[in-house]
Design a binder for this molecule. Structure first.
Ligand code: F6P
Length: 558
């Protein structure tokens, strides 16, 4: 592989030259010229169908992009990721989220140790915990079965479990002890305060989810939760036999890569689920951080989620680049960002169960690839991660789609929907109505991507139209259809995006597994907090920050 920066090498330059002509082409023309674009640009794997025909590209573009992928070493990088090479170079460790979904009979030796047995030992511990809750045998300090679990975590220790538990809520096992799982992440305590106001401390357990166990957001919520339990269960009318050790043991589970810190905080040894430094926070839902998921859907469905992700891992490793879903999705993004100058990307699921999918991808993509130096520390000379945001597509149609249709920004869109839904609803009348609502939703999904592609040409020519009714079209999109939304296909969908991010990072020569940029804000927040608490003076602050601090002081009670 050449050591020249990627944008100075032949493959990139060939694409740049090709883009000069392609940049002026309209999707309308591309479809008119090429019958059968859907078949040419559609691929299937692991219960997913990816249609890339509405990207502003041709077969030649794709060939050139595949050359770029080969030139950037994507095949070698995929292998290196999956066998546990130290791909996270700034932190000198592998990124082995894929090991968390290996089947029990697999082997993965890293530094002379097979990781699979310890991965499955953790799954077995999770399973014992989940069974205990589902049997109503996990009891609070006063002897009543736990019926509310609150996950305290933020970022990767919140978004993955939140997104998946919401998406798979239909998969709750039947006949188990009732258990409701909640999520509190915000450092201001507003979500937690709401739960504390309505939950019963005797039957509530907190899962402290924090890879580092140093995140102030989570530790602040955890301290409030601990003091709430103590005040309610150890205070005034305390119950016979309830002491602090029992309370801590029965009302807290810790999930972290730091057993020492969990122990220091007071998590009982037997209720600690430890995981490994080689699992990145935003890639961690597949193991112990996924405990809330397993509590909601049961361990069988949790294992099905892992199996779906593993199916995508195998596809990623084995499929030719030209048929490889994560590679193709990544190349479409590279083409848009680096050659068509489209640096906004919208995620638009057409299924209410995927309500938190865009929020999840915002972290996955932007915390991973929001980088501007190469692995060698040199500034990149090209754009990397686009601004990515999204919302449920049907609702976004009534909110920000106006900009997609008639604004001045070019935006790449991902439309995501299951092919079939509701056919298992027992009552026939309700089933028919709901199936029809699903078809209505799909009709909107397909109509929107079509309108964004064709613009004015999507409607019958009824003569000249005023400018305000002009739709320029030519907004590129990908459409992802899931056979159904199941634990397996959801696992495959998430793994697809994880690998897409990795392929793009490989081509951009950046590290998707660190996040040094978030540290500056944490340091400055610590300093600012000391000033707000009157433990330090505001003299060194800039004028704006000092003014804001003084405004707060003036408003606080004496
Ligand atoms: O601040 C960013 C971050 O480190 C994310 O990468 C991570 O998912 C989140 O904070 C939470 O971190 P932890 O799990 O260590 O509490």
């Amino acid at each position: 592989m050449s050591h020249l920066p990627v944008d100075q090498r032949g493959a990139w330059r060939a694409l740049a030259a090709h883009a000069e002509g392609m940049g002026r082409r309209h999707l309308r023309e591309l479809f008119a010229e090429h019958q059968g674009r859907h078949a040419t640009f559609t691929r299937h794997a692991a219960g997913l169908t990816l249609d890339l025909s509405k990207q502003r590209w041709t077969g030649e573009t794709l060939e050139l992009l595949l050359d770029l992928a080969r030139d950037a070493g994507v095949p070698e990088a995929i292998r290196g990721l999956l066998v546990g090479e130290r791909v996270n170079r700034s932190e000198d460790r592998p990124a082995l989220h894929t090991a968390l979904r290996l089947p029990a009979e697999a082997r993965l030796e890293v530094d002379g140790e097979d990781l699979v047995p310890s991965v499955h030992a953790t799954l077995a511990r999770m399973e014992r915990m989940v069974e205990c809750f589902h049997a109503g045998q996990w009891r609070g300090a006063t002897g009543k079965p736990i019926r509310d679990v609150v996950n305290l975590g933020v970022g990767g220790s919140d978004l993955g479990p939140l997104m998946v538990t919401h998406a798979l809520a239909d998969y709750r096992p039947e006949g188990i002890h009732r258990l409701d799982v909640h999520f509190a992440s915000t450092m201001d305590g507003s979500q937690l305060a709401d739960y504390l106001a309505r939950l019963n401390p005797e039957t509530t357990l907190f899962v402290l989810s924090s890879k580092s166990f140093t995140t102030i957001d989570t530790l602040s919520n955890a301290r409030t939760a601990r003091d709430w339990l103590k005040a309610r269960l150890l205070g005034g009318a305390r119950q016979e036999g309830v002491d602090e050790a029992l309370l801590m043991r029965q009302h807290f589970i810790g999930v972290s890569a730091s057993p020492e810190k969990m122990g220091e905080w007071g998590i009982a040894d037997e209720h600690q689920l430890a995981f490994w430094e080689w699992v990145g926070g935003r890639y961690s839902l597949w193991g112990a951080i996924g405990l809330p998921i397993a509590l909601v859907v049961g361990m069988d469905h949790f294992r099905a989620l892992l199996a779906g992700a593993h199916a995508m891992d195998r596809h990623f490793r084995e499929a030719a680049l030209a048929d490889n879903l994560p590679v193709l999705l990544a190349l479409a993004g590279i083409w848009n960002v680096n050659f068509l100058d489209i640096r906004a990307h919208s995620i638009l699921p057409y299924d209410g169960r995927l309500e938190y999918f865009a929020a999840y991808l915002e972290q996955l993509e932007m915390e991973s690839n929001g980088k501007s130096v190469t692995h060698d520390g040199a500034p990149v000379g090209y754009s990397t991660c686009p601004v990515l945001w999204g919302q449920l597509g049907p609702n976004a149609q009534h909110a920000f789609y106006q900009l997609l249709h008639q604004g001045t920004q070019a935006v790449e869109c991902d439309f995501i929907a299951p092919k079939v839904r509701y056919d298992d609803v027992a009552d026939p009348a309700t089933r028919d109505h709901l199936m029809d609502q699903h078809r209505l939703t799909l009709a909107n999904c397909f109509a929107q991507s079509r309108a964004l592609m064709l613009g004015d040409a999507a409607v019958a020519d009824d003569g000249p139209r005023p400018g305000y009714r002009h739709y320029r079209g030519n907004q590129p999109s990908s459409t992802l259809l899931l056979d159904r939304l199941t634990p397996q296909t959801l696992g495959a969908l998430i793994a697809l995006y994880e690998h897409k991010v990795f392929v793009q990072a490989t081509i951009w020569d950046i590290n998707p597994f660190d996040q040094w940029g978030v540290e500056l804000g944490k340091t400055l927040a610590g300093e600012t907090r000391r000033i707000l608490q009157h433990q330090a003076g505001p003299e060194d602050m800039d004028d704006s920050t000092r003014g804001l601090i003084e405004a707060v002081w003036a408003a606080e009670p004496e």
